[in-house]
Ligand binder design. Structure first.
Ligand code: HEC
Ligand code: HEC
Length: 249
């Protein structure tokens, strides 16, 4: 059994991932249809973590365009953002089936919780950096950026979500644009691209050693948190602006 789990070296992997060569490699194990097919293309995957395979900066604009394209092809915001990033990341990342993020559309199959674009982009960050501070720091920055930035970046009508929720994001855009939530397609497609691109930018900065977290909670929210999040009341979690949903007291 152990031989089936043989971990490819980076060089083996890059060679076999070529396609035809991968088929030959699998066939030559003599295991036929019982051969585990770990990757989407049947390529045996290297042992995780994979952070060492993230060696080249991502093309941020290519990620943005792919995000829009995959959204328009019906992948949804979450799978679209994830797929844009893993496509540009290349192997082995692109061997993970992007449909693992399908559920994220509409903030979780239409529940409008975490924006799917954030969810999908964050999943790609997590796939690259695994259980490290980099994942936490980059995703934290992405959540903050999404909450505070007028989006979509290049649209005439931009709106600020105030938090990373699909619900707030869509409704604030409806208010700003005068359109209906069901007209959101082009807008959410653009945000899928923008959010994936922003994650790519942070990942590139991390790679180059220039990543500096800039997100700051409002002073107001910090004050609420002092008592409620880890403070003496200690009855909730969160970094979202409390005032979006609660009166002060
Ligand atoms: C000085 C500490 C402190 C600060 C600062 C603070 N709270 Fe509270 N908050 C409390 C306490 C104590 C309670 C009552 C808890 C209980 O009944 O168990 C409470 C209750 C609440 C409740 C429950 C409903 C209610 O009104 O009683 C909400 C919601 C709440 N706070 C939100 C906020 C928000 C939003 C902020 C910032 C704008 C904030 N709090 C700042 C201490 C604080
Ligand atoms: C996106 C909206 C949203 C945001 C942002 C938010 N909350 Fe809440 N909060 C809720 C909802 C919904 C409930 C549940 C209310 C209920 O069931 O009556 C709740 C419940 C609470 C309660 C218990 C309320 C009670 O009546 O005892 C506290 C305390 C609280 N939130 C504090 C905070 C603090 C502090 C922040 C900021 C760090 C915050 N919330 C951010 C939506 C939000």
């Amino acid at each position: 059994m152990d031989s089936k789990k043989k971990v490819l070296t980076r060089r083996d992997f890059l060679v076999s991932a070529g396609g035809a060569a991968a088929g030959v490699a699998l066939a030559s194990t003599g295991l036929g249809i019982l051969t585990p097919k770990a990757g989407a293309a049947g390529v045996e995957l290297p042992e995780y973590p994979w952070v060492e395979y993230f060696t080249e900066p991502l093309d941020v604009e290519a990620v943005r365009q792919l995000g829009v394209q995959y959204y328009n092809e019906g992948n949804g915001c979450s799978e679209g953002a994830f797929r844009a990033l893993i496509t540009e990341l290349g192997e082995p990342f692109n061997q993970v089936p992007s449909q693992v993020l399908h559920f994220g559309k509409g903030g979780g199959v239409g529940w409008a919780t975490l924006c799917g674009a954030v969810n999908g982009a964050a999943a790609a960050v997590s796939l690259v950096f695994g259980r490290t501070q980099a994942t936490t720091q980059i995703v934290n920055e992405l959540m903050g950026w999404y909450s505070q930035t007028p989006l979509p970046l290049s649209a005439d009508v931009r709106s600020v979500a105030g938090n990373p929720l699909c619900h707030a994001s869509v409704s604030n855009w409806v208010k700003a644009s005068g359109k209906k939530a069901s007209d959101r397609g082009p807008r959410c497609g653009a945000i899928t691209g923008d959010t994936a691109a922003q994650a790519a930018l942070y990942m590139n900065q991390f790679l180059a050693g220039t990543f500096v977290p800039a997100f700051e909670m409002s002073e107001e929210t910090k004050a609420c948190m002092e008592c409620h999040v880890g403070g003496f009341v200690d009855d909730t979690l969160g970094k979202m602006d409390c005032k979006g949903c609660h009166e002060g007291h």
